[in-house]
Design a protein. Structure first.
Ligand code: AHM
Ligand code: MG
Length: 336
């Protein structure tokens, strides 16, 4: 029988070669993995434990919180606050940054996360996921503030997501490629099943919420029109379309077989004073890091996502990511 590499073993072996590694980062990732296993367990049990449905509250962005949004947020905090690796945390489900309680030691890292992304899918039993990003705390770990979190995505130390789908997976980058692990429920361990994931350069698949078409900017409209024109149009080939409304599942499909995912800004959002739907610090940046590490591209339209200087914790940005040649084409259309 083949003994798979566990995620703990994989991370430890990678860190063994990192100069100056103290084991702190390895331990932090281990706690994140534990949190994702706990969330996976809750998501799997669904209605059996009364976990579905709305919690009757709203987050800072005015979105209805699901019971599982709140539970996942608590599980993530509990797993990560005690060990002394973190200076502070920030999440989609908390208005302000989360300070490590005084009874615990403080560490040098910052953790941002979306505990349950795509949560509109929970009640219909479609895939959801957790997204996270790890940064160093620039201002020392004594009194971290929101400013410490406002770092460009290029500064990320690590990023990953857990996908709660037909199987639970963890996909991780520490800046040396992207690796995928599948949770073996019998032994409770993530096993390396997708080493060195890469995104194919060319694709014939795109993902966008077409119900917003009438609000799109000209470059997005042009790109999608050309895809829809198929073999008879300027692209000279037919395209397929997908929309899961679950970014983690969407990105996972792209890492598996290529494609592009677009959640652009549009006239309707701008009228509401928003620059996009997805959040920079715990959705766009970690996904951009993973996608770039897998050989793909991630842009707002004209700009690379990971070059943006964040201005606030819950900042929203337009997101276009996936196969490199398509992202280059989209960027060219935005710069034309
Ligand atoms: P959430 O963090 O509130 O779950 O929202 C993010 C999700 C993404 O996973 C997904 O790509 C997008 O929202 C779907 O949006 P829409 O419902 O407009 O299609
Ligand atoms: Mg989200």
């Amino acid at each position: 029988m083949h003994h798979g590499t566990t995620i703990t073993q994989f991370i430890s072996e990678e860190q063994r070669h990192a100069p100056g590694a103290t084991g702190e980062f390895t331990a932090l990732l281990h706690d994140i993995v534990t949190a994702c296993k706990m969330i996976s367990n809750q998501v799997n049990h669904g209605a059996l434990i009364g976990a579905l449905g709305s919690a009757g509250s709203e987050n800072i962005q005015g979105e209805t919180q699901k019971k599982l949004d709140i539970l996942s947020n608590e599980l993530f905090i509990q797993s990560n606050e005690w060990a002394g690796h973190l200076a502070a945390m920030a999440s989609e489900e908390m208005d302000d940054i989360y300070h490590i309680p005084a009874q615990y030691p403080h560490g040098k890292y910052l953790l941002t996360f979306d505990p349950l992304d795509g949560s509109s899918n929970i009640d219909v039993n479609v895939s959801v996921g957790t997204i996270f990003s790890i940064l160093r705390c620039p201002g020392g770990n004594e009194k971290p503030t929101m400013r410490d979190f406002l770092q460009a995505g290029a500064q990320q130390v690590a990023a990953g997501y857990a996908l709660y789908g037909p199987s639970t997976m963890m996909v991780l980058t520490m800046g040396h490629g992207v690796n995928g692990f599948t949770l073996d429920q019998n032994i409770g361990e993530f096993i390396l099943t997708h080493p060195q994931m890469t995104i194919p350069n060319e694709t014939q698949e795109f993902a966008i919420n077409a119900s917003n078409m009438r609000f799109w900017d000209a470059p997005v409209k042009r790109y999608v029109d050309e895809c829809l024109a198929g073999a008879e149009g300027p692209r000279g080939k037919d395209f397929n379309m997908r929309w899961i409304a679950s970014m983690v599942a969407e990105v996972h499909r792209i890492l598996t077989r290529g494609g592009v995912f677009l959640y652009p800004t549009d006239a309707k959002m701008r009228a509401k004073g928003l620059d996009g739907k997805l959040r920079l610090l715990y959705e766009a940046n970690p996904m951009a890091f993973i996608v770039e590490q897998a050989g793909g591209g991630a842009i707002t339209g004209p700009e690379r996502i990971m070059d943006l200087q964040p201005s606030n914790l819950h900042q929203r940005v337009p997101v276009m990511l996936g196969s490199r040649s398509e992202i280059e084409r989209l960027q060219n259309y935005h710069r034309a």
